[in-house]
Design a protein around this ligand. Structure first.
Ligand code: TXA
Ligand code: MG
Length: 297
């Protein structure tokens, strides 16, 4: 069943039930080498799935959970191999969406849930997205409205209590450093799991990350481009071919609206989707990272 979270919709199953979890991989066409995030209702349940919590992880949990933060922690034997793809750590998070949080409080098992999209496609942030991309393959979608954060959770692991950021999100590197001191971004050299591959989250229509819209128009043709931009329309293209992610300087709104804009542009069958790059810090870095992965290389 699909569940709403504050980041994106997830496709959930009882994390302790191997058969149920294997259906997630089938529905998403996801390789079983790519592990899943385990969603729990509180710290007590988190302690059930992990062996130990380093002090920096406790500090981050106290500050950001429930919320869009996933921690990689040594797993307990209760968690089946299929969930972690045999890795020694389990990815675990306490989501803050009220509907899913109360569902987790009602049931007595955690929910393993990846994003509710076919493997490699854009994550869904609205029920209509889930319905369009996975509708025929899943029995039920819990309607929790639009996802507020709009991009997947920040993933943090630890080496000797030092945080390593494996996926950026609306909780930024700066937020983490303010809480626990220095944190490192995982360099692309070491891919710990396929979700961290360079190509991911992509629409079917080729996507270009660009600073220079004029040269993209020259190359592709004015009527063939769908442009996603930030706080003002470009005067180089008809407004009907553009989607503005936000009207102010609030990059958070950019994250909230990003995937809905990509879904919409992909539906409209342009020859190319062009997206403007953001300044590369804070949430801008998380958004650029998603767009880079989604782009034609
Ligand atoms: O916001 C989110 O995190 C959403 C919502 C539904 O919670 N979930 C999500 O799940 O984005 P998914 O499966 O699409 O992305 C999880 C990422 C993948 O890149 C996966 O490879 C990585 O987390 N991951 C999961 N378990 C891991 C583990 N034990 N060690 C390393 N990476 C892991
Ligand atoms: Mg995903």
């Amino acid at each position: 069943m699909a569940i709403p979270t504050e980041t994106v919709y997830g496709l959930a199953a009882n994390a302790y039930n191997t058969t149920a979890v294997s259906k997630i991989f089938l529905a998403k066409n996801r390789p079983t080498s790519n592990p899943l995030i385990v969603h729990v209702s509180n710290i007590n349940q988190l302690n059930e799935v992990v062996k130990e919590i380093p002090p920096a992880a406790t500090a981050l949990l106290n500050k950001f959970s429930p919320g869009p933060l996933t921690l990689l922690l040594p797993r307990n034997s209760l968690v089946p191999d299929i969930v972690t793809a045999g890795l020694p750590d389990v990815a675990v998070r306490i989501p803050s969406h009220p509907l899913t949080l109360s569902l987790l409080q009602e049931i007595d098992f955690p929910l393993a849930a990846p994003s509710a999209n076919p493997f490699g496609y854009i994550s869904p942030t609205k029920v209509e997205h889930v319905n369009r991309i996975l509708g025929g393959k899943i029995p039920y979608i819990l309607d929790g409205g639009e996802c507020k954060a709009g991009i997947e959770s920040t993933i943090v692991g630890f080496i000797d209590n030092v945080p390593i950021i494996y996926r950026q999100g609306v909780i930024t590197k700066e937020d983490i450093e303010e809480c626990v001191g220095i944190a490192y971004l995982n360099e692309r050299k070491k891919t710990v799991s396929p979700g961290m591959l360079d190509s991911h989250y992509a629409p079917h229509t080729p996507l270009h990350l660009a600073d220079d819209i004029a040269s993209m128009i020259k190359e592709i043709g004015i009527s063939e481009i769908g442009l996603i931009t930030y706080n003002e329309y470009s005067n180089l293209l008809p407004v009907t071919q553009q989607i503005l992610l936000y009207q102010s300087d609030d990059h958070k709104m950019g994250a909230t609206n990003l995937y809905a804009a990509l879904h919409e542009m992909d539906r409209r069958s342009f020859k190319a989707i062009v997206v403007k790059k953001l300044p590369h810090h804070g949430i801008g870095a998380a958004i650029n990272d998603r767009l880079w992965k989604a782009s034609k290389k």
